[in-house]
Design a protein around this ligand. Sequence first.
Ligand code: ATP
Ligand code: MG
Length: 168
Amino acid sequence: MKRAFYIGRFQPYHLGHHAVLTKIADEVDEVVIGIGSAQKSHGLSDPFTAGERVMMIRHALEDINIRHYALPIEDIQQNSIWVSYILSRTPPFDVVYSNNPLVIRLFEEADITVLQSPMYQRDVYSGTEIRKKMIAGEKWEHLVPPTIADAIEEIDGVARLRSVSMTD
Ligand code: ATP
Ligand code: MG
């Protein structure tokens, strides 16, 4: 049984994440998905709760044939012990998939294999770009799997993001 670890904030889950997870599903038996900054929600960069992100990942992975564990991971402000912190709350895994330089560095220093995947149209498939479009009232639905657009509608996510983008 080969198990991979993949971490992101998924604010929201988009087609870039989906492409990486599709590739992971081809290469391993199970994937552990860390939902980073799990304590954050109702913010401009982090509008969705950990539970809402668990739901998005569950819906999105119905399309992909792999067993997954989506686990909320709160931030700790101490990079030197971050890998131990991750290992203390995840099922055992053999390999990490990441493109994030800090994540790659921390796992490699702990002698854990990290595989980098190509970025899929990073200029469009980006959480930051999708949140900007939501606030601006532009089309964003084509940048996420259809099930994610439905889930965001169900929780009235765009209205929430617009509310938290306003000042008093
Ligand atoms: P934000 O702009 O909010 O940071 P993001 O698009 O970077 O959102 P994250 O949840 O921060 O998404 O990223 C999780 C992981 O997914 C990171 O390792 C990131 O490099 C990777 N990732 C993000 N976009 C893409 C993409 N288009 N193709 C491949 N990997 C991606
Ligand atoms: Mg990011």
